[in-house]
Design a protein around this ligand. Structure first.
Ligand code: IVH
Length: 671
């Protein structure tokens, strides 16, 4: 390689790696696998070593990636959070074992074998047995303060079990989204035609970075801990420290093993390569650590990682199979998704026939041609992913697969949503899957809960011309239904009863059932509680809608336009005439309780379950009064995280009770 070639390759690698770092850490949307990233990084490292004249302090090799987000407070790590050096073969682990043996001067040593959990790393500080702060890795030196979010994770102790824990320590671990939760979340997102998370790691880190701890709480994150740091550790080796941490209440993996020879290390690798597939959480490899803390200290660190540890990465399962064709599928909200239909292939124990190509940009990036052979991966991810094309097997005659210009269902020219990668069919009320999808959505259990109308019946009702829009449901009669081939007397009666009962479904769910663009379950509830009635909602302009918590301009405009569409107007009129709920229940409308009657309450700090504004509303709803400052007349202070020290002092001086969030929720019967 000439000097010039080296320089140009180094430049290319650097700029590519910078881009991938950004995709991974900031956008949470990696385009390449960790493995490919590591290979590029290794190539760059090797080149920089060979050609030191091109050294650059800003090279991607000079830092660990960053996940800093601007909305969170930044905290400097007391001890930097380094990464581990990776390897991809058992031989490399053996080489590491040898290096350690040499560096320790032939002294005997043990190694702890652990699972490498594939989530997002966290450093949590405990003082006097209580959780005080949780910080992400960030750039290794500084991370985001995500304490409020971490506090919502049930498997992370807020207060430790009695034990011999140090006065102050830091524990590091991985925040994870269990497979089961991940699949449910993605199924929900697919249903709402929202972009899917590529894997549980992205879902976990995306969730941890959300601004609303209540959503974090609802996502059921989990954690595993693997590293204890303190000036006052409870043992002289890593294994015992972790066992201690377990007794204090931390979730420490039961799959740690003490190993003392390269053979045992190999067996450990062989065992987990197969058995990791049965675990409830994602793992992407194994970690080996020298057990003795004294020996760890002797081995020390390089600039980026400890010499006393190494990570071994599993091979993702990959197959190459011919593309049969790309289909384009229109969803309930009109989004058109390209899907690769493949020659069936066995991957991680399941047969893969189809894989989403997500959108036009991703399809174009992959550069898929007709008759191509595609690489499919299921590296931990349950959803198969197309990761590339085998260009060597490409037929020279083949042509690139183009995204359709018109809706595959109704032929309407597609429109591209500004700032998004999605193409949409604008024929909202004339395009079959959009109509039947909306009918099905309206009738589903979490919406109007009309028993007997699922996907198939919705299609049937549409095809028979009985239901063309949701308002038509309320004109159905048993005799009309019975005339349909597949519907018997019993089913017809069940559907009619379901429709009748749907008239009692609360207004919040009616709002969700309408299929307003970008209005999912949570937003629907927010909107309904804020506006209280359909009439009020109809009277609102975009700015008024934007004032509702969590409603941004896109959602506000979407609601506004939806309510002015003639079909929506007819639907709402039909629902109203049928007696469907058009306002909040009495109970939700009026001060429901008297739990706080006559009490004046100060709110202080930040909260995990509701926003301050919502607490204000709750206090008023329960007959209490929210006041700004603490005085002798204050009944109590509702205290969240980070209550100011001066307020706390004042409470103590005046003897005003401080009521923590959870206790308050119990007082008003929310918990
Ligand atoms: S030990 C100084 N143990 O992998 C070394 N890390 O590539 C501290 N990880 O940032 C890390 N499972 O997020 C360690 N059993 C395990 C792990 C683990 C997953 C993650 C962690 C770390 C990254 C390093």
């Amino acid at each position: 390689m000439t000097e010039q070639d080296a320089k140009s390759r180094i430049d290319t690698l650097r700029s590519e790696l910078h881009r991938h770092n950004h995709n991974y850490y900031v956008l949470n949307a990696p385009e390449i696998s960790d493995r490919d990233f590591d290979f590029m990084l290794k190539e760059l490292e090797a080149l920089e070593k060979e050609w030191p004249q091109f050294a650059d302090p800003d090279s991607p090799t000079q830092r660990v990636g960053s996940d800093l987000t601007k909305e969170f407070g930044h905290v400097v790590h007391e001890r930097p959070m380094l990464s581990l050096s990776n390897c991809y073969s058992v031989e490399e682990v053996d080489e590491w074992f040898d290096r350690v043996r040499k560096a320790l001067g032939g002294e005997s040593f043990n190694v702890v074998g652990e699972l490498k959990f594939d989530g997002t790393s966290i450093a949590i500080t405990y003082r006097h047995g209580r959780l005080v702060r949780a910080v992400t890795r960030g750039d290794g030196t500084r991370g985001d303060d995500v304490t409020a979010n971490v506090r919502t994770i049930r498997s992370i102790p807020l207060v430790l079990q009695p034990g011999d824990w140090p006065e102050e320590f830091e524990i590091r671990g991985e925040i994870l989204m269990p497979w089961e939760v991940f699949e449910k979340l993605n199924a929900e997102r697919a249903y709402n035609e929202e972009p899917l998370f590529a894997n549980p790691r992205n879902a976990a880190s995306g969730t941890l970075k959300m601004q609303d701890p209540r959503i974090v709480a609802s996502r059921h994150l989990d954690a595993r801990f693997y590293y204890l740091l303190s000036d006052d550790l409870p043992a002289d080796n890593h294994y015992d420290c972790m066992e201690k941490a377990r007794t204090w209440g931390f979730k420490v993996s039961k799959n740690m093993a003490l190993l003392s020879s390269p053979e045992q290390v190999n067996d450990f690798v062989g065992y987990w390569d197969e058995n990791r597939k049965k675990l409830p959480v994602a793992t992407d490899g194994l970690v080996f650590k020298v057990n003795s803390l004294r020996q760890q200290l002797n081995l020390g660190f390089t600039a980026k990682s400890p010499r006393w540890a190494i990570s071994f990465k599993f091979n993702p399962e990959r197959a190459c199979t011919p593309l049969r064709f790309v289909s384009f599928e229109t969803g309930r909200m009109g989004i058109v998704t390209p899907v690769a239909n493949l020659e069936p292939v066995l991957l991680s124990g399941t047969i893969v026939k189809r894989a989403s190509l997500h959108n036009e940009d991703i399809m174009r990036e992959l550069d898929i041609h007709t008759d191509d052979w595609l690489y499919v991966e299921k590296g931990g991810e349950i959803i198969p992913k197309i990761t590339g094309v085998d260009k060597e097997q490409r037929n020279p005659e083949s042509t690139p697969v183009r995204f359709v210009a018109t809706c595959p269902e109704c032929g309407t020219p597609l429109v591209r949503i500004e700032g998004e990668a999605a193409w949409r069919c604008p024929n909202t009320y004339g395009c079959r899957p959009q109509i039947t999808g909306k009918i099905e959505h309206f009738c589903a259990r979490r919406m109007m809960d009309i028993d007997g109308i699922g996907e198939e019946t919705a299609e049937l009702l549409y095809a028979a011309g009985l239901v063309r829009r949701i308002g038509d449901l309320y004109r159905l009669t048993a005799s009309r239904l019975e005339k349909l081939e597949k519907i018997g007397e019993k089913t017809a009666a069940r559907i009619i009863a379901g429709i009748e009962e749907s008239k009692n479904v609360p207004f919040e769910r009616v709002v969700y059932a309408l299929s307003i663009p970008n209005v999912g379950e949570t937003t629907a509830k927010r909107v309904a509680l804020a506006v209280k009635s359909m009439d009020a909602l109809l009277a609102m302009n975009v700015d008024m809608l934007k004032a509702i918590p969590d409603v941004g301009s896109t959602i506000a405009q979407g609601i506004y336009d939806y309510l002015r569409d003639p079909v929506s107007i007819s639907n709402i009129a039909d629902l109203r005439a049928a007696g469907v709920q058009m306002q909040l229940s009495e109970e939700k409308m009026q001060p429901a309780g008297t739990a706080l009657e006559g009490k004046s309450i100060v709110i202080s700090g930040t909260f995990a379950y509701h926003s301050r504004d919502e607490y204000k509303e709750l206090i008023e709803r329960e007959g209490g009064k929210n006041v700004g400052s603490i005085s002798k007349k204050t009944s109590f202070v509702l205290t969240g995280e980070n209550m100011g020290p001066s307020k706390r002092e004042k409470c103590e001086k005046l003897g005003i009770p401080m009521v923590p969030e959870e206790e308050f929720l119990k007082m008003i019967g929310e918990k």
